[in-house]
Design a protein around this ligand. Structure first.
Ligand code: G3P
Ligand code: MG
Length: 254
């Protein structure tokens, strides 16, 4: 039932990765709004913790690539991080973009009727605290959450902690390298989805995952032919930085 609801919500079967990150700076409010404007229904974003325990939406542990700051995200307070320019590295037009709090992204997505995949990044051996904080934010903002909301991580500790905190959260196991025991672990924490790096997937591996009854998502796919191939193998949706390019090739009903 939940699986079929997720599958039918993934139309078109493309998730805007870090927002529509080929068209606006990744993991900013502008990138999520761009995904909506382009006609997509799902976005993915990454969550990290600040030094002072605020959950923020940001990908790298280091500030240098996507802000005008330097050093490790985890060593600063949000009071400082919110002053950084998180848009000009992409285009000066986005110089007003800052690093958002998780709470602010959740509210935006809820208001825009966007579904979301919240990826919890494991950070500096503080997985359990990070997961607790994410769930506190979810609880504090329970009336303004995106729906559906799928929570994923590469970290097994993150997923185990998430399941201990919530028996109902929709959890997804992410991997960049094939894991022989993926199904054993996914059953242990009752994952609903598998998020596999596209480079790992073959038709046989996709079939194996689908036969076990999981939603199958694949990252990060910016090539139209590869997207078509993956979807033809039963992959339920692909994460893409350029969802419009992928969709224009074969989404005729949009
Ligand atoms: O969740 C899919 C994808 O975002 C995982 O890799 O490094 O882009 O967060 P990364
Ligand atoms: Mg991610």
């Amino acid at each position: 039932m939940i699986l079929s609801t997720l599958q039918s919500s993934l139309t078109p079967p493309i998730i805007a990765h870090r927002g529509a990150s080929a068209y606006a700076p990744e993991n900013t409010l502008a990138a999520f709004l761009k995904a909506k404007q382009l006609g997509f229904n799902w976005v993915e974003f990454d969550v990290l913790m600040t030094h002072t325990g605020d959950a923020i939406v940001f990908h790298d542990h280091d500030l240098a690539r996507t802000t005008n700051g330097a050093g490790m995200v985890e060593s600063y307070s949000y009071d400082y991080l919110k002053t950084l320019d998180a848009g000009s590295w992409f285009d000066p037009l986005f110089s007003d973009q800052s690093i958002p709090l998780l709470k602010d992204v959740l509210h935006l997505l809820h208001g825009q009727h966007l579904a979301a995949n919240l990826e919890i990044k494991s950070g500096l051996k503080k997985e359990q605290i990070a997961v607790q904080r994410v769930f506190e934010v979810l609880q504090e903002n329970a009336m303004q959450l995106p729906s559906p909301l799928l929570i994923s991580s590469f970290s097994r500790e993150v997923l185990r902690t998430a399941r201990k905190i919530s028996s109902t959260a929709l959890l997804g196991l992410l991997f960049n390298e094939w894991q022989e025991d993926w199904n054993h672990f996914a059953e242990e924490v009752q994952c609903i989805s598998i998020h596999a790096n596209q480079a790992l997937l073959t038709q046989a591996k996709a079939a194996e995952i689908k036969e076990k009854g999981y939603l199958l998502l694949s990252h990060t796919v910016n090539d139209t032919h590869r997207a078509k191939e993956l979807l033809s193998w039963g992959v339920d949706a692909v994460f893409s930085n350029c969802p419009a390019v992928i969709c224009d090739a074969f989404c005729h009903s949009r």
